[in-house]
Ligand binder design. Structure first.
Ligand code: PAF
Length: 274
């Protein structure tokens, strides 16, 4: 496994491989089974897998969240080596953004709701860094976890406009035995809150079992109240799976989305409900 920090080294390595077969898994490190499943998917579909480890400051809307973001580079590299990753790119901020070519993109309603409402500028930051990575790496496939479903939709939209040759592949959310969606942020939960956090998946599955198109507003309220029994919810919303609108018709695909806080840790999750 090759580990590179500089753009020039990355370009050198890329010049030696066949461009038609690159799989790209972007990460912010502190890797878990969710990342591994994306890497496995990339290895199955392509013959050269590149992982980036970069905590992207431009996507953090809360300074303390950035400062508290967990780091474990050594362990991450061991894990990536075990998974058979071909190349890991761990750039530093100055170098990565030095020659940034800004793009102008309207994300329409996709970044106005859910996470976009609560974390202003977050998705612009995600797009900024992915624009740099896509430009540098030009993969055939890029892999994103469904835990961040809104991010997946936004990246797909962005890639369709600017990088139509890159296929954006979603990977199913990986869960702890309790049902808690795997996330680097889980490591900041106390034992007590980790125990409570299984309630989030229970509320989502309750929503799925009780989903009735005409009663979805009442169900959102019930689920929000269920979350508030053990945490401090920000939202519980039922929206279309493809455009995140909430006013469409019964026959389309719907998903339930939740964001809630446990002991200061903000957790998000979502599932398909029909
Ligand atoms: O999902 C993440 O970890 C980040 O948003 C990403 C895609 C690596 C961009 O920094």
């Amino acid at each position: 496994m090759q580990i590179v920090n500089e753009i020039q080294e990355l370009n050198k390595a890329l010049a030696l491989i066949s461009k038609s077969s690159i799989g790209f898994v972007p990460t912010m490190g502190f890797l878990h089974q969710g990342h591994c499943s994306l890497i496995k998917a990339s290895k199955k579909k392509t013959n050269f897998t590149i992982v980036t480890i970069f905590i992207n400051p431009t996507q953090f809307t809360n300074k303390s969240d950035l400062e508290d973001y967990p780091v474990s580079l050594e362990q991450d590299l061991i894990m990536l080596n075990k998974e058979g990753v071909d190349l890991v790119f761990c750039p530093n901020f100055q170098n990565l953004f030095l020659n940034e070519k800004m793009i102008d993109i309207s994300l329409e309603q996709l970044d106005k709701v859910l996470e976009g409402k609560e974390r202003k500028g977050h998705f612009e930051g995600v797009i900024r860094v992915l624009n740099i990575f896509f430009n540098l790496i030009n993969p055939s496939f890029a892999f994103f976890g469904e835990k961040d479903y809104q991010q997946y939709l936004i990246v797909k939209y962005f890639a369709n406009h600017f990088y139509p040759e890159i296929k954006i592949i979603p990977g199913p959310t990986q869960r702890e035995l309790s049902g808690l969606a795997m996330s680097s942020r889980n490591s900041r939960l106390s034992i007590n809150d980790f125990e409570k956090s299984k309630g989030i998946f229970k509320v989502l599955t309750f929503c799925k079992s009780n989903f009735e198109f005409n009663k979805r507003k009442e169900l959102e309220k019930t689920c929000f109240d269920m979350l508030s029994n053990f945490s401090i919810p920000e939202y519980f919303e039922i929206r279309h799976a493809d455009d995140l609108l909430n006013n469409g018709n019964q026959n389309r695909k719907w998903r339930a989305f939740a964001a809630t806080r446990l002991g200061g840790v903000r957790l998000i999750d979502n599932i398909a409900i029909n």
